[in-house]
Design a protein around this ligand. Structure first.
Ligand SMILES: Nc1ncnc2c1ncn2[C@@H]1O[C@H](COP(=O)(O)OP(=O)(O)OP(=O)(O)O)[C@@H](O)[C@H]1O
Ligand SMILES: [Mg+2]
Length: 352
């Protein structure tokens, strides 16, 4: 831990203990972690103090600590208090990729979990299969899409993994235009999208008969709401079929939207995204909608790549999305093209 942050941590721990004592809910900070974006304190409450009584004090604690948001959770370490690091460090995709390489097959790198380990998503696993990304504007959805797609392209050869990129706003995937993994040029129009979905459904049916799933095809959709609104029922129906039946045929959908409301996504479609990646949302209600369950406090996330991974039964995992800017990703992909098949592993190790 850098020496300079120690006085800040001690000051904050004292504030927490003072507020708790003043409200007759005493407890001690017994440890914690300092992450790139977040600081976590582990709180050990006195034996007669209930978790709910500490949680009720969130606003008073945040005020005393002078932090904009304080998330309070139960964890293995006791009660966990999470707040933003006053000296945030970016998480860089390329260095994280070097650390995490070699990535397993069909796996994307997402970022750094608050436990300090790289967070990956293996698309072939039933608990991942299709990914729904949500969060308000500026939460970092398009950056997450770029990171996810970039890590797939840099770590997988185009004969084992293909991409289809759909983006009505033409912003998220420009860096990928030269990647040999693209099945077709970047798609921006609803007609092209529908045609691509129908062709994927045909591929899915053929693969089902032959019991094939290779090469994996990852369909990336930024601005899903725009697509559903302009493409209407035919697009929605085709996409629903892909998420219902795609996984076994090696077809995976990763889609982003600000709010996965019923007006945009039917319940059927929503139910078929096993993994939810949720950035900052504007209300507790939106948090429930985005996560598909309550109690995640996603409205207290910080924005700009501060995300939760929500997956059925387990506790949501908080992580910082790894960042790469468009130009850097484009250059990296060009390097890969120039120097032969992508082997993110060896190339990045050498440059480290
Ligand atoms: N992981 C990250 N690390 C560092 N900065 C980030 C990260 N994610 C997002 N940002 C910053 O936040 C800005 C907005 O991110 P992004 O465009 O991905 O938001 P969005 O959720 O797609 O918003 P919209 O719904 O308006 O499209 C980025 O331009 C970048 O400056
Ligand atoms: Mg966006």
């Amino acid at each position: 831990m850098p020496q300079s942050i120690r006085p800040y941590l001690e000051y904050q721990a004292d504030r927490v203990e003072a507020v708790l004592a003043a409200h007759r809910a005493p407890g001690r900070i017994t440890g914690g972690t300092v992450g790139p974006r977040l600081i976590r304190f582990f709180l050990n409450p006195a034996p007669h103090i209930r978790f709910a009584s500490v949680k009720r004090l969130a606003d008073d604690l945040a005020l005393a600590m002078r932090v904009p948001n304080l998330r309070i959770d139960r964890g293995r370490e006791g009660i966990v208090l999470e707040f933003s690091n006053p000296n945030p460090r970016p998480v860089e995709l390329l260095s994280l990729l070097a650390e995490a390489s070699p990535l397993p097959a069909a796996t994307a790198l997402l970022g750094l979990a608050d436990t300090g380990v790289p967070l990956m998503a293996r698309l072939s696993a039933p608990e991942v299969a299709h990914i729904l990304i949500s969060g308000t504007t500026g939460s970092g959805k398009s950056v997450l899409m770029r990171t996810l797609a970039g890590s797939l392209v840099l770590a997988h050869r185009p004969d084992v993994l293909k991409l289809i990129c759909i983006d009505p706003k033409q912003r998220a995937f420009t860096a990928l235009a030269a990647a040999p993994h693209l099945v077709r040029p970047l798609i921006t129009e609803p007609d092209e999208t529908l045609e691509a979905f129908r062709s994927l459904i045909r591929t899915m049916e053929i693969r089902d008969q032959r019991r094939e799933c290779m090469p994996r095809i990852v369909v990336l959709v930024d601005e899903l709401a725009d697509l559903v609104m302009t493409g209407g029922k035919p697009v929605t129906e085709a996409l629903t079929r892909l998420v219902q039946r795609g996984r076994e045929a090696g077809i995976h959908v990763v889609a982003a939207t600000q709010r996965p409301s019923a007006a945009i996504l039917s319940g059927l479609m929503r139910a078929n995204f096993p993994l939810r990646l949720v950035g900052r949302v504007v209300s507790a209600n939106d948090a429930r909608l985005a996560c598909g369950r309550g109690g995640t406090q996603a409205h207290l996330l910080e924005g700009r790549g501060d995300f939760l991974a929500v997956n059925g039964g387990d506790n949501p995992l908080r992580f910082q999305v790894a960042y790469i800017d468009e130009q850097a990703l484009e250059n990296e992909i060009k390097d890969v093209l120039a120097f032969g098949p992508p082997r993110a592993t060896t190339r990045h190790r050498r440059t480290r």
